[in-house]
Design a protein around this ligand. Sequence first.
Ligand SMILES: Nc1ncnc2c1ncn2[C@@H]1O[C@H](COP(=O)(O)OP(=O)(O)OP(=O)(O)O)[C@@H](O)[C@H]1O
Ligand SMILES: [Mg+2]
Length: 242
Amino acid sequence: MRNSEIAISIKNLTKFYGKFQALDNVCFEVKRGDFFAFLGPNGAGKTTTINVITGLSNYQSGDVKIFGFDTTREYTQTRSLVGLCAQEFNFDPFLTIHQLLVYQAGYFGITPWIASRRADELLDRFQLMEKRNSKHRALSGGMKKRLLLCRALIHDPEILILDEPTAGCDLELKFLIWDYLAQLNKEGKTVFLTTHYMEEAEKLCKTIGIINRGHIVRIGDKKEVLQDKSLEDVFIEVTGQE
Ligand SMILES: Nc1ncnc2c1ncn2[C@@H]1O[C@H](COP(=O)(O)OP(=O)(O)OP(=O)(O)O)[C@@H](O)[C@H]1O
Ligand SMILES: [Mg+2]
């Protein structure tokens, strides 16, 4: 890794959808090993930022790096360093969930035999073994969420990016996911998470970034940010989504 201390670096990022400006001069860094919560109301620009970081979306100007590698020019390096658990389901409808994980691993050069073993470990961890040979449409909403997590983790990425990973999950599943994310972070993985559940951000993260209408409002240590009274308006919008 070219820069081993800064996992994600975003400088002066501007993104338009047609004439609509979704991101305006966004700048922030996420340190290696951090647990970073990216908060903001609906439409603030969280998923757009994630799409840029993961190379799913283009942008008009700025500089976006993963461990020092440029996400546009050096995308082969950056893709394998990141695992994405997207906000929406986007699974291949023709594959069983086990095949789907093995195929995903193939994009990162993992041999089918190793991928199959790893897929089974993840399916087991997220209690999906009994659906191993089913297609994703046979899964419940919460099960699909868990499958998204398995897919994000299949190539053992350094950075895990999770776009509302526990939205719509029951309490038991939420706690299972929280425990696993905390464990991964303890083992050294960098976690970048968006959520509308303040409890989730408070419990898990070390650093909080807040975005509103495409602008970064605040980045800082969790305690400092949560105590900052000037952010109440944004937090009211955020918690109002629950
Ligand atoms: N493909 C697109 N085409 C046009 N506008 C888009 C597109 N994707 C997002 N937008 C707009 O960009 C803005 C930011 O959207 P984004 O999905 O990044 O918000 P978000 O912070 O993830 O919100 P949420 O909490 O609802 O998931 C919104 O105004 C949205 O309507
Ligand atoms: Mg979103």
